[in-house]
Design a protein around this ligand. Structure first.
Ligand code: L5Q
Ligand code: ZN
Ligand code: CA
Length: 785
């Protein structure tokens, strides 16, 4: 603020003249009289303030806009004293009458004990827009300053104060002006008459129409000034602003994101990307979607599910925009709406054709599902797929729909060697597991090769022909492609996106996806490119089509990524041949196995394309034996009297030796496994029928009657085709072999699997003394062995 120090009346007069009429040649006598009165008023303040006053001027209107000093020798204790003080100083502001031109609009006391009185300038009782004065007093009631704007010209203008048009006409005009005529609900829709000075310095009687809504595409919090005599729009201003919110995600991580500030409230809306994030407030009623746009009073957001749905949607939007120049899922900037807190304990997330929906999870199987970037990427990709290939959600086209959603979700999340889906939100108490694995689908019971394709029924129960199961096959093809030497994640992503958006159609099957990706790679990189060969071989390795021509055979490695002891492939089977590649100078391959009893371990490494070496390690990572022959000589290790336990095998190229065209062959024999014919561990399925009565009765407890045991199994699982209990009162407990409760369900759930470690699993329904529901049906069991 510019302050002018007044030390004497003479100086003051000089300043006044120069400030008031810098370019006027002749100053009119009425003006001179006014100025004399202003100076007299200031002189008094100067005397009372012992020369310590300071004044800043509103030069346009020739009145003060900030006066510091003793404004009055009266003590200021209450509102009516304050108006008297303003009356005392009316000459200073060139007012006729403070009581008729000022209206007290607020009075407040602050932490320092200061009192202030705020006045609205009025003209015949009508507010003069933008003109308010505040009078201040210290804790003892001594006046200390007066500041603000007062327009002395208004009273001279003879403004007609009776409106020709009614307010509703002005509101309609304002809506038209701001393109909000079709909006159904406004958070603010009001109007008031004000005196408004337009940019040509003309004073008019206008309706100040305020419109605030979150229904429009752009943030809308308008003040529209509509002339009350002719309905002309004099001025319009949008007060809604882009803001930056901060908050914590589901996993407690801090982040910042775009919000919208409108009439004192912040909304979870990103107007640059057209994202809106809502809450279903735990309702599972799809008819009420999208629910309530999330809002916050201070722009610090503590709803982790909401923060992540919003921030991850922005990351997904940016990925599609920057990588593929795709503006939103439809390529045309469609609003990306996300609703969190859908239902209670809802263990899923989905795209419903109009928006994303996220459950909160039950806290044990899932935490809020928006907490994982790959899950958000997966769901928004379903929308992209719908607006491009539109893959039918059943059988192979459905599995491709799921797989492309997984692939893009994984590309967007972009973790080193991270081929897991949903690891951030799945089973918070179990680390390292996930909803699905793209590199090792079998670890979750999903196939990784056409030989293991699951022909499940095309029903809800059968997951529409196993769309979330058989997706393992194209997922593994994508991993094979990326892990081929010379292929980058980025280029693999370009091939998959181009295949999806340029070549695939609604009924595309795996073979069509193979053709689409080969053609996309040809368009992008040329017909004899590494990419074309690699993508062809990537599909061949999962049993879709033949390997690329050229006689070099598949260059994909079925056992990657196994570059460290912690990612060792296995357990491998005694007596079986494993063919794999040392694909780059930094590649090393690890395998593992377990022996059941003391005995010898024999390793052989043959068919070597270059100088590879062989090592045997124990479970703590110590080398037990090595074989380091030169050139392409085979390697072998015989280690006798090895005790029962886990062992690791390492294969490394000597001095960077490698080959992407010729596979080596590894064979290990060891004790405790039945003569080399042992099966690799996998999930095996059996039909089973365990049902509660429908409905069940009060005080019901079926104890251990629904128990499934498979001798020697590492894990066992139950498939519930339906489950319904009185939420919060009747419970289904899932117990393991020790009778420990591993999961608890209550309320309604659609079909799901539950898995426990060990060879035994029990489902136990316990109900209370009132209200019955349908209970459950278990139709399938499975064991992992
Ligand atoms: C699934 C989406 C996600 N849901 N998998 C049945 O099996 C079924 C649904 C899903 F958010 F959980 F990832 O992927
Ligand atoms: Zn999906
Ligand atoms: Ca009950």
């Amino acid at each position: 603020m510019k302050m002018v120090k007044l030390t004497s009346v003479a100086v003051m007069a000089t300043l006044l003249i120069s400030a008031v009429a810098p370019s006027a040649n002749a100053v009119e006598s009425t003006d001179l009289a006014k100025k004399a009165a202003q100076m007299k008023s200031l002189e008094k303040i100067s005397n009372d303030s012992k020369g310590k006053e300071e004044v800043s001027w509103n030069e346009e209107k020739s009145v003060p806009k900030f006066v510091v000093g003793e404004i009055s020798n009266k003590k200021l204790k209450q509102a009516k004293d304050s108006l008297q003080v303003m009356e005392e100083n009316k000459a200073l502001f060139d007012m006729k009458s403070a009581s008729s031109e000022l209206k007290l609009i607020s009075e407040s006391k602050d932490d320092l004990g200061f009192t202030s009185f705020k006045y609205q300038q009025v003209y015949q009782g009508i507010p003069v827009y933008g003109n308010e004065l505040i009078l201040h007093a210290d804790k003892d009631g001594n006046t200390t300053s007066v500041n603000g704007y007062y327009d002395p010209e208004v009273k001279e203008k003879k403004i007609r104060t009776k409106a020709k048009y009614l307010a509703d006409k002005a509101i309609a005009k304002a809506k038209k002006e701001t393109k909000l005529s079709d909006v159904k609900s406004f958070d603010i829709e009001n109007s008031k008459l004000v005196i408004y000075e337009d940019n040509k310095k003309k004073h008019r009687l206008v309706y100040q129409v305020t419109l605030s809504t979150v229904e429009s595409n752009e943030p809308a919090y308008f003040d529209v000034f509509v002339d009350a005599q002719n309905l002309k729009v004099v001025h319009s201003v949008n007060k809604a602003t882009h803001a930056t919110g901060t908050g914590k995600g589901v996993l407690g991580d801090n982040k910042s994101f775009n919000t919208l500030s409108s009439s004192g409230t912040y909304y979870l809306q990103d107007s640059t990307r057209n994202l809106k994030t809502y809450t279903a407030r735990n309702s599972a009623n799809e008819n009420l979607l999208p629910g309530t746009l999330l809002s916050d009073s201070d722009n610090y957001w503590t709803d982790g599910a909401a923060v992540d749905a919003h921030t991850y949607a922005a990351e997904v939007y940016d990925y599609y925009k920057t990588k593929f120049n795709r503006n939103s899922f439809d390529g045309n900037g469609a609003a990306i709406k996300s609703t969190v807190h859908f239902g209670r304990n809802f263990n899923n997330a989905y795209w419903n054709g109009a928006q994303m929906i996220y459950g909160d999870g039950d806290g044990s199987t899932f935490v809020p599902l928006s907490g994982a970037l790959d899950v958000v990427g997966h769901e928004i990709t379903h929308a992209v797929i719908e607006r491009s290939a539109n893959l039918v959600y059943e059988n192979q086209s459905g599995a491709l729909n799921e797989s492309f959603a997984d692939v893009l979700g994984n590309l967007i999340e972009d973790r080193d060697n991270g081929w897991l889906l949903g690891e951030d939100i799945y089973t918070p108490s179990v680390s390292g597991d996930a909803l699905r694995s793209m590199s090792n689908p079998e670890s979750q019971g999903d196939p990784a090769h056409m030989d293991d394709y699951k022909n499940l029924p095309n029903t809800r129960e059968g997951d529409w022909g196993g769309v979330h199961t058989n997706s393992g096959i194209p997922n593994k093809a994508f991993v094979n492609f990326v892990e081929t030497s010379g292929i980058t994640r980025d280029n693999a992503g370009k091939v998959w996106y181009r295949a999806l958006t340029s070549y695939m159609t609604s009924r595309s099957d795996f073979d069509d996806a193979r053709n689409a990706t080969i053609q996309a790679a040809t368009d992008l990189f040329g017909s004899s490119s590494t990419e074309v060969t690699a993508v062809t071989n990537a599909w061949a390795a999962v049993g879709v089509g033949s390997p690329a021509d050229g006689g070099s055979g598949p260059t994909t490695d079925a056992y990657e990524s196994n570059d460290s002891i912690s990612t060792a492939y296995g357990p491998i089977t005694s007596g079986k041949d494993y063919s794999a590649y040392i694909g780059s100078s930094s590649d090393v391959d690890w395998f593992k196995f377990s022996t059941g009893s003391t005995g010898s371990i024999n390793l052989s490494l043959s068919n070597l394309p270059a100088d590879y070496d062989l090592y045997l390690y124990n479970a703590s990572g110590t080398v037990l034996s090595n074989s380091e022959n030169g050139n392409t000589s085979s390697e072998s290790i015989s280690y006798s009297s090895a005790s029962a336990g886990t062992y690791y095998v390492k294969i490394a190229g000597y001095n960077g030796a490698k080959s992407t065209s010729q596979a080596y062959k590894l064979n290990a024999t060891f004790a405790g496994s039945s003569s080399g014919s042992e099966q690799e561990s996998k999930w095996n399925y059996e039909t089973k029928s365990f049902e509660t009565p429908h409905p069940y009765s009060n005080n019901y407890n079926n104890g251990n009657s629904h128990t499934y045991t498979k001798a020697g199994a590492q894990k066992v699982a139950l498939h519930f085709s339906s489950l319904e209990t009185e939420s919060g009162y009747d419970f289904v407990y899932i117990k393991d072999k020790n009778g420990s409760v591993k999961e608890t369900y209550s309320g309604s759930k659609s079909a799901f699997w539950v898995i426990v470690d060990g060879d035994t699993i029990t489902s136990n329904l316990v109900t209370d003394s009132s209200v019955n529901a349908n209970g459950y049906v278990i139709d399938q069991v499975a064991y992992f062995k």
